[in-house]
Design a protein around this ligand. Structure first.
Ligand code: ME8
Length: 639
């Protein structure tokens, strides 16, 4: 049986400037959906590209003293590099300056003109060049563009007009009959109101500059850049040159666009298609904006975030994960460096990184690196199995709604539960009991199987990380040939596979503030070679108040040859403590030293002296040294 097709697109971006993190957000969402659909065994066509014509680009090129094509060539190359760096799996990249596109735009323009839906008249009104949009006097807000608030220019020129008004009722009926066509519902309501306000015929040609596709029957005119741009979606689907492909992929399943251009995609574009007698796309989804410290990104505000620098610093998957986890599709979301670091440390380095590291190191140490076949089962194993199966099921339900944020939250519930499963089953204790070998096999198998499932579930969002996990688990098949049916029932992993040595997938980012606001944390990195006390969480560790204390005075405690009584300054408070270090230090050796102390230890009476705190010391066999922190002022905190 042939696979079901799925065609999705991003907007084609203007190469007037380099792309910022907002563009990277949109394309990461689209890429995640494309990869998810491939996982669901669809035949996917994923398109992105560049919108290269228009007055804005022509002016930019002039300012830079180069031809428009030289200008866009350079910027478009930077788009393509960015998508490569971000691991975007687009199947095609369309440039509106390509010949395949020019042919389609001219063909369509001619066709609509021939049927009488394009006519010549004169335009008099306003134009916003940054948005490439025509406005009527009454639509302006304080004399400025109602969309972007920038100044508009007066335009008076001979133009061709597209009879949009003729299609108003048909369009409204279509939108009302197809509730899924415009999403989310807030955008749908906006569009319905807009259409009810009346559709004007649209000016679809310009004569006062050259950078565009000539109108085929009147070369003085060039095609309006939005008419030109929207048509890209059928050019790439093979409208003129590959009818079989076109039949397969058109109508598109999803046009993912920013909320500010939903109007072009759900009004102008459908009317062009209606005029052509072509089916309308199944859905236009308007995503929200990325806001930086409360403001929309813009060059003039100086808050534009360069995705290339971020990827170089943190890697592509951390950026993709952050954007998809933090921003609910359809709503605006905030970008902040600190929030990004918190996510990397808590979710990626800690939760996910530890699970992989602990699992692989235990399979390595306890079973010579070979995943055992499962043995005896206990209730805790069944609970993990059930959660794993349920997560895979819910995953499909939430991903089908493009609710990627909820999907990721659910996967992290599974990751956290699996970390807890390690603590509950204590494989390091099972390995010491001969009669528990079968239980240990089950635990190790279950951990590897859950990680295999997690790698597949995360592959649409974090393709590089998923591949790393896959490789470290020693999986023999190519991750990208795996389909959802391979993970729907727990237990699909074959025993006997040799895992590789664990390697860190996300290093912790050490920046000053991050430990203060780091969110959930499960456990500290396992150290394979030494026996440790049971793990504590970062929150538990944070309960210990460790500070630098300056020793003001020290003396021996009468009739106790191990004890010294110390007076210490904690930067504003002097305390007395008793410490069992008399065999290693003479009192005078300690005076003036800055030592480390726990200051919130419960007070204890030792030989009648109340000791309020404890000095930290390192010791092995009969050696001991107090931990000193020279040059740190008394009262400094240890974090
Ligand atoms: O509008 N947050 O191109 P464009 C999130 N060429 N997404 C953002 C964003 C932000 N702060 N800023 C931009 C055009 N975007 C036309 C499209 S399609 C036939 C023609 C994303 O370069 C968002 O997807 O101005 C938005 O719709 C798109 O970039 C606009 O890109």
């Amino acid at each position: 049986m042939s696979k079901k097709p799925f065609y999705l697109t991003t907007p084609i971006f203007y190469p007037s400037d380099k792309l910022h993190i907002g563009h990277a957000y949109c394309t990461s969402v689209a890429d995640t959906i494309a990869r998810y659909k491939r996982l669901m065994d669809y035949d996917v066509l994923f398109l992105t590209g560049s919108d290269e014509h228009g007055q804005k680009i022509e002016r930019k090129a002039q300012e830079n003293g180069v031809t428009p094509i030289a200008y866009v060539d350079k910027i478009v190359a930077s788009f393509q590099q960015l998508w490569k760096k971000l691991n975007i799996s687009n199947d095609d990249f369309i440039r509106t300056t390509q010949e395949r596109h020019r042919k389609v735009v001219q063909n369509i323009f001619q066709k609509i003109y021939d049927q009488g839906d394009i006519y010549k008249s004169a335009y008099k009104g306003w134009y916003c060049t940054p948005c490439e949009t025509f406005w009527l006097e009454r639509q302006l807000v304080d004399g400025k563009c109602p969309d972007c608030g920038r100044p508009v220019e007066v335009l008076e020129e001979e133009s061709y007009f597209f009879r949009m008004s003729k299609y108003q009722d048909r369009l409204l009926k279509f939108i009302e009959e197809n509730p899924e066509f415009i999403q989310p519902v807030t955008r749908r309501n906006e569009m319905i109101n807009f259409i009810k306000g009346g559709l004007e015929d649209l000016c679809v040609s310009r004569t006062t500059f050259d950078w565009g596709i000539p109108v085929p029957f009147d070369s003085k005119h060039i095609v309006y850049v939005w008419f030109d741009a929207l048509v890209n979606y059928i050019t790439a689907a093979g409208y003129l040159d590959d009818r079989e492909k076109y039949k397969k992929f058109w109508p598109a399943d999803l046009h993912l666009v920013g909320k500010e251009i939903v109007r072009f995609h759900s009004i102008i574009w459908p009317v062009i298609l209606m005029a052509l007698g072509e089916p309308l796309p199944k859905q236009v989804f308007g995503h929200g904006w990325l806001i930086v410290e409360g403001d929309k990104m813009s060059k003039s505000k100086g808050n534009v975030i360069d995705p290339v620098a971020l990827i170089d610093e943190f890697g592509p998957d951390a950026i993709r994960y952050f954007l998809l986890r933090e921003i609910n599709l359809g709503l605006d979301g905030n970008f902040s460096r600190q929030a990004l670091i918190n996510r990397i440390n808590a979710d990626l380095a800690n939760d996910l990184g530890n699970l992989l590291h602990r699992t692989l190191s235990m399979v390595g140490r306890f079973r010579d690196g070979v995943i055992p076949a499962p043995g005896e089962k206990a209730a805790v194993d069944e609970e993990l199995e059930e959660l794993c199966n349920k997560t895979v099921k819910n995953y499909q339900a939430t991903m089908d709604k493009y609710d990627i944020t909820t999907t990721l939250k659910d996967v992290w519930v599974l990751i956290s539960r699996t970390n807890k499963y390690i603590d509950e089953t204590s494989p390091w204790a099972l390995v010491k009991q001969v009669d528990q070998a079968s239980r240990l096999d089950t635990v190790l198998y279950n951990l590897a199987e859950t990680l295999r499932t997690i790698a597949v579930l995360l592959s649409p969002v974090m393709p590089t990380t998923a591949e790393k996990i896959w490789q470290q688990l020693g999986m023999p098949d190519d991750l990208w040939t795996v389909r959802i049916c391979d993970i729907t029932t727990f237990g699909g992993l074959k025993a006997g596979i040799k895992v590789n040595k664990p390697q860190q997938i996300f290093p912790r980012i050490e920046e000053r503030e991050e430990s203060e606001s780091a969110e959930s944390s499960t456990s500290v990195q396992e150290t394979p070679k030494i026996e440790t006390l049971p793990e504590v969480s970062i929150d538990e560790f944070a309960k210990l108040d460790l500070r630098v204390a300056k020793v003001l005075a020290a003396e021996k405690v009468a009739k106790a040859d191990k004890l010294l009584k110390l007076e210490v300054d904690l930067g504003g408070e002097v305390r007395t403590i008793v410490s069992g270090i008399a065999k290693h230090y003479k009192p005078e050796e300690l005076v003036g030293q800055s030592v480390l102390m726990i200051v919130n230890l419960k007070p204890a009476k030792i030989r009648g002296i109340e000791s309020r705190g404890m000095v930290l010391a390192a010791s092995i066999d009969d050696k001991l040294a107090v931990v000193t922190v020279p040059d740190m002022p008394a009262g400094s905190k240890v974090k």
